[in-house]
Write a protein that binds this ligand. Structure first.
Ligand code: ATP
Ligand code: MG
Length: 451
């Protein structure tokens, strides 16, 4: 069932129930009031009768006195203490005796006679012979029956008439709520069908819930679109990067196929090229895997890390692998960090410094307002306009140069993710032909509070 049908039915039913219960209450209240008024009148009549009988000295002509006090459409009956009737007079259109009941503990009793209510009450009276008797006053109430019937139909009619505007109001209200939801659904449907990321135009709806929902949807769509574009770019770049080594491998394989394996020098050259490209590809795959993993919010292992010791470790292994000289200066300060990730981050910058310069690398540990690590190389430098793009995936300043050095352009993209996790700010200052300094600032000092 659709939301608007559900809300319409529910709200109409609920109002119907409320109306019926309040009108039923009104009906019974009115009925009780009517009986109470009749009872008060009967009581007055009984009081007057008692006063009149008390003046009598004998029962002579007592019938005619009682005649004057018969309630309209009613009867009077007097019984003595032994329940023996002493007198009964009735004044109704029909000769049939009015049936009634009298309950001892109630002021009056109402029973039904031919669909008409009959009110009856008993009253003590001193008979002229000084015995105590009971006078029973009975009255049939056709007017009340008629009025109550009329009231019943008025209330039913009022309920029915009220239901029309109530239903219409509910339809209008539901439409106000449901229409933007429908338009949202239509846009979403369209987006699914056309694989696009269309946003919903926000109609002049200040700050209601629907506007908030629309804004949230638009933000979500924006995010999906950005992520999709990034993903597309990444796939494009990755396949482009893979194409180059694959083409090299393929061409050497074809060369071997054409020329056979008789030429020793060609064999050697082909094998070396294939091995080099395979290793490039392997490195690329590893970096891509790491990028994918880093976006999955990895578990951090925060601990106290001595920066200088860590840097010395890295510089020793770099010296061994590439023969690069790294000079470290500053105190061996400790920071709260994840040692493995920090090592990886420092390695990316030291590796760049090594790749893009021939000279010694300087690393300074500075403890000012914030703890900083500055890595300076005296190499090719980076043009200013390239600096903002360095952290983009696959971004390389000089494509040709980097193919020679074997870089894929993913190192700094990985560094950005690591620095975000480690809460480290990064900054580049560089001059072409002079060198580059990368500054890593630990944004939060201390140890345990960062866990
Ligand atoms: P890899 O993924 O192997 O690290 P890469 O070094 O080419 O490849 P990044 O580390 O992301 O990729 O660096 C991106 C680019 O920024 C490099 O290609 C290079 O052009 C430039 N670059 C980075 N560091 C330096 C530096 N210290 N001196 C000069 N250029 C640099
Ligand atoms: Mg690099």
């Amino acid at each position: 069932m659709k939301l608007n049908t559900k809300v319409n039915i529910l709200s109409t039913l609920l109002t119907l129930i409320i109306l019926i219960s309040s009108y039923t209450g009104i009906y019974f209240l009115f009925k009780n009031l009517a009986y109470d008024t009749e009872y008060a009148q009967l009581q007055n009549r009984a009081d007057e009768l008692v006063a009149a009988v008390s003046m009598l000295e004998s029962v002579e002509n007592i019938d005619s006195l009682f005649q004057a006090y018969i309630p309209p459409n009613g009867s009077l009956r007097v019984v003595n203490e032994q329940d023996k009737p002493l007198l009964h007079i009735q004044e109704t259109a029909s000769a049939e005796r009015i049936p009634y009941t009298i309950e001892k503990n109630a002021n009056f009793t109402v029973s039904l006679w031919n669909q008409t209510p009959v009110i009856a009450m008993a009253y003590p009276l001193i008979w002229p012979d000084h015995t105590v008797v009971t006078v029973e006053l009975v009255q049939s109430l056709p007017d009340i029956a008629k009025n109550m019937e009329l009231l019943k139909w008025i209330l039913i009619l009022m309920t029915l008439v009220a239901m029309v505007p109530i239903y219409l109001a509910s339809v209008v209200l539901v439409r106000i709520i449901v229409r933007p939801i429908q338009s949202l659904t239509t846009t979403m449907q369209k987006n699914i069908e056309t694989s696009r990321y269309e946003q919903i135009t926000l109609q002049n709806r200040n700050r209601d819930e629907i506007a908030e929902m629309t804004q949230t949807y638009n933000k979500f769509m924006q995010q999906v679109e950005t992520n999709y574009t990034k993903q597309q770019q990444f796939i494009g770049n990755a396949s482009h990067e893979l194409k180059t080594p694959l083409t090299v491998i393929e061409s050497y394989a074809k060369l071997l196929e054409r020329r056979g394996f008789s030429n020793e020098s060609v064999n050697k050259e082909a094998l070396e090229a294939i091995l080099k490209e395979t290793s490039n590809m392997k490195q690329l795959m590893e970096q891509m895997l790491q990028l994918a993993k880093a976006s999955e919010q990895p578990k951090m292992e925060w601990a106290t890390v001595a920066i200088k010791s860590l840097l010395t470790d890295i510089s020793q292994s770099m010296k061994q692998a590439y023969g690069t000289d790294i000079i470290i200066s500053g105190e061996n300060i400790t920071v709260a960090s994840d040692e493995a990730k920090l090592k990886q981050l420092l390695f990316i910058f030291l590796d760049n410094a090594r790749k893009y310069s021939e000279k010694t690398i300087d690393v300074r540990i500075v403890s000012e307002d914030l703890i900083k690590i500055c890595v300076t190389d005296y190499g090719v430098g980076i043009p200013e306009e390239d600096i903002p793009h360095l952290f983009d995936r696959f971004y390389r300043v000089d494509k040709a140069r980097n193919r020679k050095t074997g870089g894929t352009g993913l190192g700094l993209a990985i560094a950005k993710q690591l620095a975000d996790l480690l809460k480290i700010d990064m900054g580049f200052t560089s001059k072409v032909g002079v060198g580059t300094t990368v500054t890593l600032s630990f944004t939060k000092r201390g140890t345990s509070d960062e866990k």
